[in-house]
Structure formats: structure tokens, C-alpha cells
Ligand binder design. Structure first.
Ligand SMILES: [Zn+2]
Length: 143
């Protein structure tokens, strides 16, 4: 994760004909974002700035068309879950939900679900993750 996530994320809105002033979201929207982040396993992947922006988008959504512009997969995943419009800056954005591949950099084990505390139960390393596109499997028969 790079610091300074604000610069790579933009929130566009028809409210003010494009860019909106950065403002602090109301707490309840921030809480909603945080709850959703926990649910999706995105909590550790999002910076405070990311969460604030998502909360702001959520807050502004009823007032007009709001679109998040971000290449951050976690932000896009959150936007998708929260029903916020989004697109990528350089990529076309995720077209469908993806899932995370959770893996241990220490012993190379792969996990289906995040282990408690995010630590590998076998070697204690911090479990990392990378996005895996949730393509429907082609040409393979499900057993
Ligand atoms: Zn391990």
C-alpha cells in the first residue's frame, strides 16, 4: 500500500459538475463503511483516506450521481458492495466481484478464509492476500 491514497482516488459527482470539495463524511457513514470493510475482509487494506472517501461517496449518493475513481481493488470492491458507482483511472475497473487469495508468505500455505488475527496458524507469519478474479470456470466440469 502506498501512502497518500487521496491523490490516486477521486470522487466525481454531478452535484458540482465534477470534482467535489474534500470534506469530512458524517460519522455514521464512516461507521457503515467500516462495518462493510470488516465484513468483506477489506479493513486492513483500506487507508483512513480510503474509508473517508467511501463514506463521503455513500453520504452524497442520495443527492446525485456519484462516481469513485480509483484503481485500488479494495476501494473498488467496497464501492461495489456499497452500491457506489466507480471506475478505474487506468484500468477499466473490476467488472465483477473478485475474491482474495489468502496466502502465507512464510510457509506458502493458502487459506480459504482469513485466519484469526490474520496470522498463519502454522508458522505465525502475517497472512497476505492478492485479488483473484472470480471468473466462471470455463471448460471445466464441476464435480
Ligand atoms: Zn505460514
Amino acid at each position: 500500500m502506498r501512502a497518500g491514497g487521496v491523490s490516486k482516488i477521486r470522487l466525481t459527482s454531478s452535484l458540482e459538475g465534477g470534482r467535489i470539495q474534500v470534506q469530512m463524511p458524517e460519522r455514521r457513514f464512516l461507521r457503515e463503511v467500516e462495518a462493510s470493510a470488516l465484513e468483506l475482509g477489506e479493513a486492513s487494506a483500506l487507508s483512513d483516506a480510503d474509508k473517508e472517501l467511501l463514506a463521503l461517496a455513500l453520504q452524497l449518493k442520495p443527492l446525485g450521481q456519484v462516481e469513485l475513481v480509483s484503481d485500488d481493488y479494495s476501494v473498488q470492491n467496497m464501492a461495489e458492495a456499497l452500491g457506489i458507482g466507480y471506475r478505474g483511472l487506468t484500468t477499466r475497473g473490476i467488472r465483477r466481484r473478485f475474491r482474495w487469495l489468502l496466502y502465507c508468505p512464510g510457509c506458502r500455505r493458502v487459506f480459504e478464509t482469513p485466519p484469526p488475527d490474520g496470522l498463519c496458524p502454522y508458522c505465525g507469519s502475517e497472512v497476505r492476500r492478492k485479488p483473484v478474479e472470480a471468473h466462471p470456470l470455463r471448460g471445466r466440469k464441476t464435480p
